[in-house]
Design a protein around this ligand. Sequence first.
Ligand SMILES: [Fe+2]
Ligand SMILES: [Fe+2]
Length: 251
Amino acid sequence: MVNIPIPFPNPNRPFLFSFSPFSEAEKPRLMSFEDGGPMMATAVHTFLDFPLKNRDFQHDREQPRNNRMTYQEALELMHEYTQSDALRKHMYAVETAMRAYAKKYGEDEEKWAVVGVLHDFDYEKYPNPPDHPGKGSEILAQKGYPDDVRRAILGHADYMNVPRDTKLAQALYACDELCGFITAVSVIRPNKIADLEVSSVKKKLKDKGFARNVNREDIQRGVQELGVPLEEHIQFCIDAMRTDAARLGLV
Ligand SMILES: [Fe+2]
Ligand SMILES: [Fe+2]
């Protein structure tokens, strides 16, 4: 959230307006204002020279003040945008790992699950960087998703240059590539994830020919930022995914 005093209409008594963070991927968006009504909001948007559609403003007003979104809403949004079964399962896997980390750190499990289940929701429609996850973030902003959720999702793509400065963002980054890799290792095993061990995952990580699209450096960077040893993180994600194996197609 960026707070900007707007010298309008009286420079001696500026109103304080709050905007969503500015990034290359999106235009600033009015989040709240201290004073004034719809007329004032429209005037300020004109002042800043970016358009405000009436219905967007109405939409903003309908959001609760802490604009909290439920997991069910997030899941429906993801299903609306993503038809690929594999991509859906990838997001379920990251959701499951995020839930487990939220519990471990005593954080808001529903919020962490929302981040996990939505992080690639725009990928099928907008696969090219920076559309993914930039377009998705714009859609989430229109729907009133909070800044920390959107920033964590933007942060999972290094090229967006949004710092991973929250545990939420760090956990998403650490879980994203590794959950994809654990799935790739599991699907070719007779018992899938049921008897998967950390050593098998580490062995496959060293095998450069296996699951080449999974960037090993991203996995290393992820655990460093989250501040957990690699082995521990792998075990943690396996344990979490095992509890949800049926939904992830790993039984
Ligand atoms: Fe992604
Ligand atoms: Fe992902």
